[in-house]
Each structure stands twice: as structure tokens, then as C-alpha cells.
Design a protein around this ligand. Structure first.
Ligand SMILES: [Zn+2]
Length: 66
């Protein structure tokens, strides 16, 4: 599991959702207005920051720092 930041296009609020990485293209309901008009905000920390501590062998993204 990793934490994703979402932006609601309906009410403009931002919220965090814990998801498997494979689920990020599924619609997420806004906790405030219950709209599904939401989009994930790609943050580098959630993409690259978790891999060496949180996940253990799920998914294909390994920690590959350059
Ligand atoms: Zn909303």
C-alpha cells in the first residue's frame, strides 16, 4: 500500500488515499462531496519514497535511484 494524494474537481479539496499502485486508475470518491470527479496528484515522494520501506515484493517498481 502507498499513499496517494487526490484532488477533487468538484469541490477542490485535496485528500489522501491509501491504495495499491494498480488501483490508481480507478475512480476515488471524494470524502467531502462524494463526487467521483477526482484525479490523482502525482507526487514524487509517493512514487519513489516508499519503495524501500513500505512495500515488500508487490508491484514491478523497484527503487531505482540514479
Ligand atoms: Zn469533493
Amino acid at each position: 500500500m502507498s499513499l496517494f494524494e487526490y484532488l477533487c474537481d468538484s469541490c477542490g479539496s485535496m485528500f489522501d488515499v491509501e491504495l495499491e499502485t494498480a488501483e490508481t486508475d480507478a475512480p476515488v470518491e471524494c470524502p467531502l462531496c462524494h463526487s467521483h470527479d477526482t484525479q490523482v496528484i502525482p507526487t514524487l515522494s509517493s512514487v519513489y519514497g516508499y519503495s524501500h520501506s513500505a512495500t515488500s515484493g508487490c508491484g514491478g517498481e523497484d527503487s531505482e535511484f540514479r
